[in-house]
Design a protein around this ligand. Structure first.
Ligand code: ADP
Ligand code: ZN
Length: 265
């Protein structure tokens, strides 16, 4: 029986309290490290359900010292707490539909404010996971961040066959939201979160029907963002097949290359 719970490690250097919840995931020693983990990286992660967005966002958040902002986690928290936002979001989330743009943009704006990432003086970065999910949301994000914009949009590329296999093994922690996969990325003790000791469960919206619906929506309204961001010169596509450490290394390499091209703010 696993009683030992990893002691809480310090939060990321620049992660605002209450936003970052950096649970310091296990990142292998061989993973490429950022040259300047100074809390200023501004990154969006794109990728289908099961592409490893949540897992990679956690790792990149810890490596770069920036908060991981996940709109899906924000809705799951709100639903768990029974807040008004949770009541609004629940039906959409359960069906695998998108929550209306005005609601999700409001949530994002609040999280960016808490993280200190908005406003002319702000240099605080973030890893966005699950936002934007359509072109109007991407336009809203550009407006919020103007005049600075993003450093890079990392597109985690993986086949549909592979994502279906991964989603079947996906488990999340009820305590801190960390994600695992029983096959590819198992916790040290079955059913127990490495970071907080919480219980690992399947997500309520990981039913076959809701997954099918989310993948359909991804292809129709989210995938067009790949071209949209490519045209703006901020897209980096990363092969997301392989171990979590391999994908993290590729993602860090892509972020480093993009940040070197970008003039210093
Ligand atoms: P997945 O990537 O597996 O679909 P997420 O955790 O990113 O999971 O999102 C879960 C659910 O939260 C979505 O199915 C949707 O209902 C809602 N959601 C999350 N982000 C957004 C967003 N940017 N716009 C609209 N709805 C969202
Ligand atoms: Zn946990």
């Amino acid at each position: 029986m696993a009683e030992a719970v990893d002691s809480a490690r310090p939060a990321a250097p620049n992660g605002a309290a209450g936003v970052a919840q950096v649970s310091v995931p296990a990142v292998g020693a061989q993973v490429l490290r950022p040259a300047a983990p100074d809390g200023t990286a501004r990154v969006v992660l794109l990728g289908r359900q099961g592409s490893g967005k949540g897992t990679q966002a956690d790792r990149l958040s810890a490596l770069y010292g920036v908060p991981h902002i996940s709109t899906g986690d924000a809705f799951r928290d709100a639903i768990r707490n029974g807040s008004p936002l949770g009541r609004t979001a629940q039906g959409y989330v359960d069906r695998g539909e998108l929550v209306p743009d005005e609601v999700v943009v409001g949530v994002l704006r609040e999280r960016l404010l808490q993280a200190g990432s908005l406003g002319p003086e702000s240099t605080s970065g973030f890893i966005l996971d699950g936002f934007p999910r359509n072109i109007p949301q991407a336009e809203a994000l550009a407006d919020l961040l103007a005049p600075d914009g993003l450093d890079v949009v990392v597109n985690l590329d993986v086949s549909t066959d592979e994502v279906l296999r991964r989603i079947a093994g996906r488990r999340v922690c009820v305590g801190c939201g960390a994600s695992y996969n029983v096959v590819d990325n198992p916790p040290k003790a079955p059913g127990v979160c490495d970071a907080c000791g919480g219980r690992l469960v399947q997500r309520d919206d990981d039913t076959e029907e809701a997954i099918r619906r989310r993948l359909e929506i991804y292809e129709s309204v989210t995938a067009p963002l790949v071209d949209w961001y490519r045209e703006q010169g901020v897209l980096a596509t990363v092969d997301a097949a392989g171990s979590p450490d391999e994908v993290t290394t590729r993602a860090v390499a892509a972020i480093e290359a993009a940040r070197q091209r970008k003039p210093v703010r």
